[in-house]
Ligand binder design. Structure first.
Ligand SMILES: CCCCCCCCCC(=O)SCCNC(=O)CCNC(=O)[C@H](O)C(C)(C)COP(=O)(O)OP(=O)(O)OC[C@H]1O[C@@H](n2cnc3c(N)ncnc32)[C@H](O)[C@@H]1OP(=O)(O)O
Length: 217
C-alpha cells in the first residue's frame, strides 16, 4: 500500500455536483455566536430542574425564536470552502453534525493540519452523555469518523466512509478537553485507509480505523 496525494486540479469541486458553495467569510460571526449560545441552551435544557411555570415560559420563548430564525433558511447541503495555509481548498458541509461551527448540535470539532495528518481539540458537554458522566459511544465514533474522513480529504482524497471500526479503551469523559488525531495510513485503488485516536490528558480513550472510498470522478 502507498500513500499518495493528487494535485488540486484533480480534486472534485462540489459545485459540479450541484451543491451551493460558500466561503468562510460568508458566515456571519453573529451566526457562530448564536450557535454557541444555543449549545449552552441545549445543555441547560438537558439538565434543568426548574418549576413547571418556568418551563412553559421558556418553551414559548424558544417557539417564537424558532419562527423568527426560520424566516430565511440555508440549503441543508451547502458546502463550505476553506482555504488552508497551504492554499489547498478543503470542503465540508456547513451543517456538519460533528464539526459544523454554525450547527448547535455539533460539539463542534475543529481540526488543523499536523506533520502527518490532522489534530483538534473538543469538549463534549453533558448533552453528549451515554453512561453516567461519560460520552455516548456513538458520539465517540462520530468524532473519529469525522476526523478520519477529514484526514483523507486533507490529503487530497475526499471520500465516504465505507467501513469504520472503533475500540473503546476507557470511558471518554464529559466536560473535559479531548484531543482527536487522524492520519492516512495507506491507499489501494479508491480505498483510503485511515486511523485515529481520542485522548484525555494524554491517555487514549478510543481508537478508530476506517476505509474511506474516494469519490468517483
Ligand atoms: C469532504 C472531506 C471531508 C469529509 C468529512 C466527512 C466525514 C464524515 C464521513 C461520513 O460520515 S460519510 C457518511 C457515511 N458513509 C456513507 O454514507 C457511505 C455509504 N456507502 C456508499 O455510498 C458506497 O457503498 C461507497 C461510496 C462507500 C462505495 O460504493 P462504490 O460503488 O463507490 O464503490 P465500490 O463498491 O466499487 O467499492 C470500491 C472499493 O471499496 C471497497 N469497499 C466498498 N464498501 C466497502 C466496505 N463496506 N468495507 C470494505 N471495503 C469496501 C470495495 O471492495 C472496493 O475495493 P477494491 O478496489 O479493492 O475492489
Amino acid at each position: 500500500m502507498t500513500v499518495q496525494t493528487q494535485p488540486d486540479a484533480a480534486l472534485p469541486d462540489p459545485a459540479d455536483f450541484g451543491f451551493s458553495v460558500i466561503a468562510e467569510d460568508d458566515l456571519p460571526p453573529e451566526l457562530l455566536a448564536l450557535a454557541e449560545q444555543v449549545r449552552h441552551l441545549v445543555e441547560a435544557v438537558a439538565h434543568t430542574d426548574v418549576e413547571r411555570e418556568e418551563l412553559v415560559a421558556a418553551r414559548g420563548m424558544v417557539e417564537a425564536l424558532t419562527e423568527r430564525l426560520n424566516a430565511r433558511r440555508r440549503d441543508t447541503t451547502t458546502v463550505l470552502k476553506e482555504e488552508s495555509p497551504q492554499a489547498r481548498a478543503e470542503y465540508s458541509t456547513v451543517i456538519n453534525a460533528v464539526s459544523g461551527d454554525t450547527n448547535p448540535a455539533a460539539p463542534p470539532l475543529s481540526l488543523e493540519r499536523t506533520d502527518d495528518g490532522l489534530r483538534g481539540e473538543v469538549t463534549l458537554s453533558g448533552a453528549y452523555q451515554g453512561p453516567p458522566g461519560a460520552a455516548h459511544g456513538g458520539w465517540v465514533a462520530a468524532l473519529l469518523d469525522q476526523a478520519l474522513g477529514a484526514a483523507a480529504g486533507a490529503a487530497g482524497m475526499p471520500g465516504l466512509t465505507a467501513n469504520l471500526n472503533v475500540d473503546f479503551h476507557e470511558i471518554t469523559p464529559l466536560n473535559e478537553p479531548l484531543s482527536v488525531e487522524a492520519r492516512v495510513t495507506g491507499t489501494e485503488r479508491r480505498k483510503v485507509f485511515v486511523s485515529g485516536e481520542i485522548r484525555h490528558n494524554g491517555q487514549v480513550t478510543a481508537t478508530g480505523t476506517a476505509i474511506m472510498v474516494r469519490l468517483a470522478l
